[in-house]
Ligand binder design. Structure first.
Ligand code: SF4
Ligand code: SF4
Ligand code: SF4
Length: 277
């Protein structure tokens, strides 16, 4: 949707932690009213309504995603179907109602459970600072198809994880980020990405005590990743007696318990990749 210059300037002044939501709301409302362009008046009206009734806008959880499904050529494994499952599940879990029963005082956005998806390791949606982070992965394999020695895979790999010799490519899985770029540029199919799935990282946050999410070893298919999400939500509901964030409650010991519980579900054997060690 088109925005006037004044409207764009006004939206940049909305506090950053609600800017995305206000922007989406302005566009929805402009669309509903049949407007072809967002004006300053619409931004001011929506911003006032949103900020005056902030507590009503707290959904209880946020699910964010990158633009992988919008046709991004970097997409390693699409997460659309998993996103929908997770959204439906969190709605059914009534996280907002759960928070209302536990939080003393007003509900704020920082109480919300945050899940973020990125469809490749570029991680444009910044998932590593969310409670639950899911990153699409494509694991490269060397097939029997002869290599033409074109070198495209070596050039494509930003991690220096592909070495080329007369006998063909060799992959250093300790350096590989499972982005699948080498597979995409290999025209003959010497490199193939038969195993697609998701890396799962847990317990990230910003704020006064920031922490990057901790990565589970391995790559998980949609079903296993969804089970990990459900396990984390059950953990959160059992432990968050005062509305504390998942990442505040989730310790390294809890992380290792999840590692053990789900390690047999990984698509990659231990030691098979950087993520499986
Ligand atoms: S995270 Fe990867 S797939 Fe998603 S938008 Fe960024 S580059 Fe594209
Ligand atoms: S999948 Fe691994 S080896 Fe291939 S380009 Fe990505 S990081 Fe490099
Ligand atoms: S891109 Fe494929 S064909 Fe080209 S050097 Fe790499 S493995 Fe060989």
């Amino acid at each position: 949707m088109k925005w006037t210059k004044e409207a764009e300037t006004a939206i940049r002044k909305v506090p950053f932690f609600v800017r995305k939501r206000v922007k989406a709301r302005v566009e929805d409302e402009a669309r509903e009213s049949g407007a072809g362009e967002v004006t300053l008046e619409e931004v001011n009206r929506t911003r006032a309504r949103f900020l005056n009734k902030m507590e009503d806008e707290v959904a209880g959880f946020q699910v964010e995603a990158c633009f992988g499904d919008g046709g991004c050529p970097r997409q390693a494994c699409g997460s659309k179907s998993l996103q929908e499952k997770v959204r439906t599940y969190l709605e059914a879990q009534d996280i907002r109602g759960f928070l209302e029963e536990r939080v003393r005082g007003k509900l704020k956005f920082h109480h919300e459970l945050r899940v973020a998806f990125a469809d490749c390791p570029n991680a444009c949606s910044q998932p590593q600072i969310r409670d639950i982070c899911i990153i699409g992965a494509m694991v490269p394999d060397v097939t029997e198809t002869p290599c033409t020695q074109c070198g495209a895979c070596v050039t494509a790999c930003a991690e220096g994880a592909v070495a080329l010799s007369e006998s063909g490519p060799a992959l250093d899985m300790s350096a590989c980020l499972v982005c699948g770029r080498c597979v995409k540029v290999c025209k003959p199919g010497t490199l193939a990405g038969f195993r697609k799935g998701f890396r799962v990282l847990l317990g990230g946050r910003l704020g006064r005590h920031p922490r990057l999410a901790m990565e589970l070893p391995g790559i998980y298919d949609e079903e296993a990743a969804f089970e990990i999400v459900r396990h984390c939500v059950a953990f959160y509901k059992a432990r968050s007696t005062g509305g504390e964030r998942f990442s505040k409650l989730f310790t390294e010991a809890d992380f290792h318990e999840v590692v053990v519980r789900f390690r047999d579900r990984s698509l990659i054997a231990a030691g098979g990749s950087r993520a499986a060690g």
